[in-house]
Design a protein around this ligand. Structure first.
Ligand SMILES: Cc1cc2nc3c(=O)[nH]c(=O)nc-3n(C[C@H](O)[C@H](O)[C@H](O)COP(=O)(O)O)c2cc1C
Length: 326
């Protein structure tokens, strides 16, 4: 019997669990067509960033005395950028058969809702809410980010008919509880986790610089830990693991820990689209050798609820490791 890679994530049926993560990889119809041809299971389009639109528009503004003209420029710029994004959705849908997931990141509540409604009307199969924020304000409570995420997710979910997915970062204060509440709102899937831009410091020029743009395969641990915990404690959660997935073995690890799908970005940037077919082939060979014929036969087999010692997922100290070292 042939191994079948088909899976369901966020109520979408995917021919295989490899989703191309939102990035420059998915910002044009031609790239998206090539990714489908290379064997991707679904695509998340490059995010529509409200902040980017505002920043680009601000560079065109004139002095304060030209307020009306400036408002006109801002409106024109925003409409143009949003229309380009809607065109990308429509054209990708016209050219690809795999699920096409749009992605937004905003800073104003109204913009999340406005963009989400337009995206649904343009024909996206699902919407990913890219909650990409870091809280550094002293006066805000610890749960501020979690509450903001719930508030936006509720508003968007109430209006949309397509599946809504929340792409999380690892900086939420209580991920398990947040995901539980997102599920009760009707959110169809979660992505664990997005990867932040990392700052670095140039000690010779005494300047703050950009750190590694791409992840490395050692970055997978957070996705594995939280996929294992969430899928074990919240069996109805539909999870796409993300960050640090660079080879087919990592995809299998994510599925064993309970993911329904995975998202990749760095590996495709670094090795090209060919890596998708290689990953699929190796997964099929492994499944065949282990007598697994569908992903469901082993999904979650090593999650928090299925292993003898689930505390392994919660361990944060290296006590035994260090006590054995000289
Ligand atoms: C160049 C680049 C651009 C990205 N742009 C977006 C984006 O627009 N929206 C988003 O949600 N994530 C974006 N990401 C994050 C990726 O979608 C992904 O979550 C992250 O790279 C971790 O996956 P990886 O380890 O496979 O790279 C970007 C990543 C890179 C490297």
């Amino acid at each position: 019997m042939e191994a079948i890679l088909e899976t369901t994530f966020a109520n979408l049926t995917l021919p295989n669990p490899i989703i191309i993560a939102s990035s420059g990889l998915t910002d044009s119809v031609s790239k998206n067509r090539e990714l489908e041809k290379a064997g991707a299971g679904a695509l998340v389009l490059k995010s529509l960033f409200e902040e980017q639109i505002s920043k680009n528009a601000a560079s065109l503004l004139m002095g304060e005395e030209f307020q009306t003209a400036n408002e006109h420029v801002l409106h024109y710029f925003k409409t143009n950028e949003v229309n380009n994004y809607l065109k990308l959705i429509r054209e990708t849908k016209d050219n690809c058969r795999i699920p096409v997931i749009a992605s937004v990141n905003c800073y104003k509540d109204d913009s999340w809702i406005e963009f989400a409604c337009q995206i649904e009307m343009a024909g996206a199969d699902a919407l990913e809410l890219n909650f990409f924020a870091l809280h550094t304000e002293l006066e805000k409570d610890a749960g501020f980010l979690d509450n903001a995420c719930l508030r936006i997710a509720r508003k968007v979910k109430d209006l949309l008919h397509i599946p809504v997915i929340v792409k999380m970062t690892k900086y939420f204060s209580h991920p398990l509880r947040l995901i539980n509440e997102l599920i009760s709102l009707g959110i169809s899937g979660v992505v664990l986790f997005n990867r932040f831009y990392y700052p670095d410091i140039d000690i010779n020029r005494l300047q703050l610089t950009s750190g590694q743009v791409f992840s490395s395969y050692t970055d997978i641990s957070d996705a594995l830990r939280w996929t294992g915990i969430v899928s074990g404690k919240l069996p109805s959660a539909s999870i796409a693991a993300c960050t640090g997935i660079h080879d087919w073995e990592s995809i299998l690890k994510c599925i064993l820990s309970g993911a329904s799908a995975i998202q990749i970005c760095s590996a495709v940037y670094q090795h090209g689209n060919e890596i998708i077919a290689q990953m699929k082939r190796s997964m099929e060979e492994w499944m065949h050798s282990m007598n697994f014929y569908s992903l469901n036969e082993f999904r979650g087999k090593l999650n928090y609820a299925s292993i003898e010692d689930p505390s392994l997922y919660e361990r944060v100290q290296f006590m035994r490791y260090f006590s054995n070292r000289d």
